[in-house]
Design a protein around this ligand. Structure first.
Ligand code: AMP
Length: 115
């Protein structure tokens, strides 16, 4: 049954395709990126389908804050002292999956600026 979220992350949320989950709660899940860019690369996604930060609404303020706190919790859980959190927003910024997600990337030195 589709709930209108036809993205790959919608399918992961519904359990239609597998994921290596490292966290789940009432509001979000987190799982390892299938193509990790660093030794630790985890994605934190809300259960609610928000396509990108562009569509985020003021009433989702608590949810958005929760995603960042969970990202920090996962980074610590993964043994990271320093890490990067990234939210790509829009195709030109590198967003390929249109279900809002926070990347947690770490475990190696990270250059700045990104490409
Ligand atoms: P973005 O480019 O910011 O939209 O990030 C999408 C991320 O999702 C990429 O880093 C992909 O490697 C990752 N990804 C795509 N499909 C899967 C999947 N089935 N399981 C885990 N990660 C995925």
């Amino acid at each position: 049954m589709s709930d209108g979220n036809d993205t790959i992350f919608g399918r992961i949320l519904r359990g239609e395709i597998p994921s290596d989950r490292v966290h789940e709660d009432e509001h979000c899940i987190a799982f390892r990126d299938v193509a990790p860019q660093a030794p630790v690369h985890v994605l934190v996604i809300p259960r609610k389908h928000i396509p990108s930060l562009k569509e985020a609404q003021p009433e989702q303020e608590a949810l958005l804050g929760h995603l960042l706190l969970v990202a920090a919790q996962i980074a610590r859980q993964e043994g990271l002292e320093d890490w990067r959190t990234v939210i790509n927003t829009g195709a030109d910024a590198g967003q390929t999956v249109f279900h809002l997600h926070v990347h947690v990337i770490g475990g190696r030195p990270l250059a700045w600026p990104p490409g």
